[in-house]
Every structure is written in structure tokens, then in C-alpha cells.
Design a protein around this ligand. Sequence first.
Ligand code: C2E
Ligand code: MG
Ligand code: MG
Length: 647
Amino acid sequence: MAKASLFSIDTSDINLVRAQLAAFSKQVPLLYSVLSINALLSIVSFKQYAPAWLGMYLPLLVMTVSIVRSIVWLRGRHNILSDEQARRRLRGVVGIGGSLTAIVLVWFLGLFLVVDTPLLKIHVAYSLVATIISCMICLMHLRPAMIMVGAATVPLCAVLLLSGDSRLAIIGVNQLLVLVAAIYILAVASRDFDRMIRLASENARFANLDSLTELPNRRAFFEHVGDALRATQANRRPFAVAVLDIDGFKAINDLHGHVTGDRLLIEAGRRLQTVCGEGARIHRLGGDEFALTVSEARDPAAILKFGERICASIAQPFKLPGATANVSASVGFAIFPIAGESAELLYERADYALYFAKSHKRGQPVIFSEAHESDIRNQSTVEQALRNADLDQELSLNFQPLFDVDKGEPTAFEALARWRNPTLGWVAPNVFIPVAERTDLIFRITHTLLRKALAAARTWPDPIRISFNLSMRDIASADSIAEIRRIVRSSGLDPRRIEFEITESSLMADFTQALASVRTLRELGARISLDDFGTGYSSLSHVHRLPLDKIKVDRSFIVDIESRSSSRDILKTVIDLCSNLNIACVVEGTETARQTEIVRGLGCRSMQGYFFARPMPLGDIPGFLATKRPARIAESAPEPVSAGAPG
Ligand code: C2E
Ligand code: MG
Ligand code: MG
């Protein structure tokens, strides 16, 4: 860092430049008032003793410059300056200070020489020193300017010393001493001010830095977005904000420990910096979440390309001590001003685009669009309706059998939530459950539905079980699990007839809590099924480390099972895995007799799908159970769906 010399100004530290300008700004009215008033007093005092240019015009010039500078300052005092503008203004202040000092010097020196009585000379000398010391105090934080102004009295002191009049010489010595003392005291105060500002900016640097990756942190991100917004306010040049998170990071942390996880984050930060170059600034928000401000947000296509480069860089294997980790990154972008005009809104929308990427386009970039905007509006309508809903009244359940094809009979019914709102009508579970999951409404929904599901199951013949979906929020909450246990205990249903379905994503957030929840439910006597297996991470470590009773293989595994042998191979592998681990296996979504035959041929006898029955209301179950079916492949046609309610 360049050090400030005595007379030149150090503009390398922008925080210092801004602090000096801010401190000086407060003194500006005082400085120019002192100069103007002294100029006026000088006209009154010396007009008749000096030529017009000295007694009148020069002080008038000083007055005019002071008044004009005050007005310019007053007008521009709220302007937000860029770094370069701030530096220029500081240099300008020192330059103007120098010019004014030269004028003041000529003015007072001239007056001193033209007035002829010692009293008038003392008057001039006194006025000069008083003016100069006032100006020095006002300029104390701009050290070079302050010293320059102070030095302006030296010629006058010299003239006093050499005047041949002992009284004037003594005054000269006296003024010189006062001046040296003033310069020394003010210079020390100014140096301390600089040190304090440097220390404060060093503290601020640490407060804005993520200690692990040494990238700017969350706070710096919001500050930077704020700066970018201010800078673009005038020209409205678009820039973008991006939020990125690493898919699969939690599994690395769980499997290989936090030290390895930390290494991955540091390396990910480096890769992102390499990809971003000069065009974007990268920040770590916390955990595995990073954010970017993209200064050259030309057009959406270019942003998507940039996003793809980011995703590709994270998708490269991470070679870490003792492990090679394969993860991916999803990125959400929000472009100013289309997506929002405040830092918070841009962040929220980039975060929504990220959430959308994670659920629909994992490992890819997504730009916040108008479609997302209307999604958000719809979701907030759903959220409002849910908040005001009479859940007990409006929520109901349909039941879909899990079928044993060898016995030709159902072993359990899965409870599937249905919501009919007086205003919105029927709302599908994959619309309202995710909305409820983003708020605490999900807990009330789970508990209400569980009470209804257990009451329904009590009406079924003994071996038939109820399979109940838990939200990932339930699994992550010890309180919700405690309430679930209470509901099960007071239901009067044998807990061994209950299966809880959990999804892999519910294990990702906090595996330790998820494990504790699963253990609590198993201790009750209930069984645990891993739902939608194959759609999430399908991490074998979860299957291995969780006490699971059943795996429900997602429907996506069997959609093209009739036409593709590779799909059959994959399904066979999953079925064999379950059999080797002694875990029951259910294949979801069987819709045709052919699919059912193939799945059975691959070694799985338990299935759920429209081929056996669509989800049905409670009242249809006795009729369904009474229907006689042949063993092996059951041939029941889909059950009729009760009027009005979705299946
Ligand atoms: P899920 O738990 O995987 O439930 C199975 C979904 O697949 C049900 O959709 C069911 O109707 C549908 N399905 C079953 N067989 C077939 C088939 O042969 N073909 C096709 N195309 N679909 C089939 P539904 O009822 O719309 O539920 C959707 C999702 O909503 C559920 O997926 C579950 O994730 C969630 N959900 C439903 N009820 C609840 C609940 O009470 N609590 C929670 N947390 N989530 C629920
Ligand atoms: Mg389910
Ligand atoms: Mg499922």
C-alpha cells in the first residue's frame, strides 16, 4: 500500500479516502464561513489603507469562491460516489485548498506590506493566523492540505522577524511557535484518525470474509448487491444475482466427515472463482450455499451458458484426501431489473430459481422467469387458503392398496391426502404439501391426517396395515415425532399395523435427527418404508445405515420396462439389493398386466398401482376387500373413483 507523503494524498485505501471525505464534509460549512466572514472583515478593516485589488477585489474573490464552493457542496452532499469519483474529489479538495491558500497568502502578505502602522501590521498578522488556524482545524483529516495551509504563514512570520521592529519580531516568533505546535497536534490527530479508519476497515474486511473459503461472506454479498444496485440506478444496466448450492454435499459430510466436507467447499470456491473470472464476484453464504453477483449480465442465453460452465466445473470429481467425491451444482439466477429491484427480492428470486432447479433440473442453471412469478403467486394463494382452512373439515384421505400378487390380496393401504377448499376446490397433494412444507403448517396437516388414517385403519381386518406418508419436516423435527408417537399411542391401533413412508430427501437435511426419528418410530413397533426410491440420491449408505423395513421403488423405474431391457436390468438390481439386505420391496405405479408380469418375473411380488386399484375413499374399501381375486397375478380392474373427489 502506498504511504502518504507529507504533501501528497494517499488514495490507495478507498475506505480511508471515503472516511476523510466524510470527516471533511462535516467541516465544509465552517471552513467557508470562516473564510467569507474574515474576507468581509478584512474589507471593512483595510479597504482605506490598501489598493482596491488588495483591499477589495481579492477578499471579494475569496468570498465568492467560498460561497460558490459551499453551494456546490450543499448540492452534491448526498451524491453517492464511485470509488474513482471519491478519489478525484479528495484530490480536488486538496487542489482547491492549495489554490485558496496561495490567494490568502498573497492577500495578507500584500496587506502587511502596504499598511504602514505597527498596529495595522499586527492586525493583519493576527487576522492571518486566526484564519489559517481555523482552516487548519477544518482540514485536519486531510493532512497534506492542512500542512500546506499552515505553511502559508511562514513567509509572513519571516517578514515579521525581518521587519526590524522588535515587537513585530517577537510576534513573528510567537506565531511561528503556535503554528508549529498546531501543525504537530493536528498531524498527530490526523494520523491517529487514519490508523483508526485502517483498523476499522481491517475489522470490516474480516467481518465480510468467510473464514473457511476466504471468499466474501453473506453480509458482503448483500452489501455488494446494494452497491451494484446504486451503481446501476442511473443507467439501469442489467446485472444478475445467482444462488448456487452443491447437490450431494451433505452425503459427503455424513460419509467422509466434516474435514473432507470443508476441503470440498474450499476447492469448490476456487473452481467457482476460476470460472467467474472478472465478470462475476463469488460469495459463500454458509453451508454449501454460494452466491454470485454477475456484472456482465448481457442476455439470458449468455447467463445460461455461464451457469452451465459453473455446473460443469462442480460436476468434475473432487480428489480429496482419502476419497474422490462426485457432486453437482444447481444454480438459480435473478436478473435486475426484471426479477426485482432490491437486494432482498433479487436474492429471494434467485433462491426460488435454485429451488426450481433442484426439484426439476438438478445440476443445471435456471433463470427466474414470469412463469416462476405466477407459481409464487399461486403458491401464496394456496398458502393463504391453507392458513385459513378448517383442516379437520377440509382434509380427507383416499387409500390405495399395496398388493401381494402371489396371494392375490392387499397387504396394506397407503393413505393419500386430499384437500377440498371452499374457494380453491380440490388441490392436489403435490401442490399443497410442498407449500405446507415451506411453513410450519405441515405439522398440523400430518397430525390431522394421521389421526384420520389410524381411525380408518381400525375399521379394517387385522392383518391389513396402513401406510402413512411423513413429510421431511416431520422427520427433521423431534417435536413432531413426539406428537406422532402420542397420536399412535392414543389411537388404539396396534403400532405393528403401521408403516411410515419417508423419502430420501428427508434424510439429507440432518441425517442424525432423521436416524433418531426413525428409531423412535420403530421402537413404537411401526415399520419404516423408503418411498420413491430412485428419484433422489439413491445413496446405498442410507439404505445401509437406516433400520429400514421396506423400499418402495419409484414409478419412473417401470414406465418403459416393457420396451427397454436396460430398465429391466436396473429394476432387477434394485429388487436383488432388497432381497440381499432382507428388506421388503414394493414396486410403485404398475398400470398394466404386462408390467405386473415383468415385475413378478424379476422377483418382486409386492406392487402398488392403477392396475390393482386407484386411490379410493374409505367407504369403498369393504367392497374392494370383498372382491375375490385369483392368486398369482391379480386381474382386478381399476376401482371406480367416487364422484367429485380426485383419485
Ligand atoms: P407417493 O407417496 O409416492 O404416492 C403415490 C402417488 O402415486 C399417489 O399420488 C398415487 O395416486 C400415485 N399413483 C399410484 N399408482 C399409480 C399409477 O399406477 N400410475 C400413476 N401415474 N400414479 C400412481 P397422489 O395421491 O397424487 O400423491 C402424490 C404425492 O403426494 C405422494 O407420492 C406423496 O409424496 C404426497 N402425499 C400424498 N399424501 C400425503 C400425505 O398424507 N403426507 C405427505 N407428507 N405427503 C403426501
Ligand atoms: Mg408414499
Ligand atoms: Mg411413492
